[in-house]
Design a protein around this ligand. Structure first.
Ligand SMILES: [Zn+2]
Length: 193
C-alpha cells in the first residue's frame, strides 16, 4: 500500500513538475512543443515502472523445461535500463546471469524478461541484483545462481559529483556460487571471455 501511494505521489509529482515547466516556458513563448508534455511524461513514467504490474510467474511458467544439464549456464550482456529510486534518473548497464541447473532450465529470453521485470521499477542497483538472483533461485531451484550487474548512473553523471566514467558493479552469489570457490572462479573466468 505504501508503495502504491508512493507511486501515485510520484506520478502526480511528475505531472506537476512538467506542468510547471509548461507554465514557465509559456512565459517565454515556447510553450507549443510542451503542451502535451505533462501527459507524455506521465505515460513514459508508467512504462518505465511497468515492472510493478507484471506477474513474474506468468512470464516464467511456460518456459521452464526439464533438463539433465549440470554445468554453468550463463546469459551475458543483458541490456538494462532502470530508474534510481533516489533521484528518478536512469541507470543504464548490463546484467550477467548464470545458474547451474538442478533438473530444470529456463528459456534464454525469459532470463532477459526477468531482468526487465525488476529493472522497470524504482530501484537501487544492489536490490535489483539480489532480486534477479533470488527470483531465479525460487523458480528454478537450481544448485546456484550468480548475477553481476554493471551500470552507469545518470544521477552521478549529470548532477552531484558529475563523474562520467565510473561504473558501479554489484553481484549476488547464491548456492554453489557462494559456497564453492572453484565454481565461483569458473563463473568469473566465463565473464571475462
Ligand atoms: Zn540516484
Amino acid at each position: 500500500m505504501i508503495l502504491i501511494g508512493c507511486r501515485k505521489k510520484i506520478l502526480i509529482g511528475s505531472r506537476k513538475l512538467t506542468g510547471n515547466c509548461l507554465k514557465a516556458s509559456a512565459k517565454m513563448r515556447i510553450a507549443k512543443g510542451l503542451r502535451r508534455t505533462p501527459d507524455r511524461a506521465a505515460r513514459a513514467f508508467e512504462f518505465l515502472t511497468q515492472g510493478y504490474r507484471q506477474d513474474l510467474e506468468e512470464i516464467i511458467n511456460d518456459a521452464v523445461f526439464a533438463s539433465d544439464a549440470s554445468e554453468i549456464i550463463l546469459v551475458k550482456d543483458i541490456e538494462l535500463y532502470s530508474l534510481c529510486e533516489h533521484h528518478l534518473l536512469p541507470f543504464i548497464g548490463r546484467a550477467h546471469v548464470a545458474y547451474i541447473p538442478n533438473g530444470k532450465v529456463i528459456g534464454l529470453s525469459k532470463v532477459a524478461r526477468i531482468v526487465d521485470v525488476f529493472a522497470r521499477r524504482l530501484q537501487i542497483q544492489e536490490n535489483l541484483t539480489t532480486q534477479i538472483a533470488e527470483s531465479l533461485m525460487e523458480c528454478l531451484e537450481p544448485s546456484g545462481v550468480a548475477v553481476v550487474v554493471e551500470a552507469k548512473h545518470l544521477c552521478m553523471m549529470m548532477r552531484g559529483v558529475e563523474k562520467q566514467n565510473s561504473v558501479m558493479k554489484t553481484s549476488c552469489l547464491l548456492g554453489v556460487f557462494k559456497d564453492d570457490a572453484r565454481t565461483r572462479s569458473e563463473f568469473l573466468s566465463l565473464l571475462k571471455d
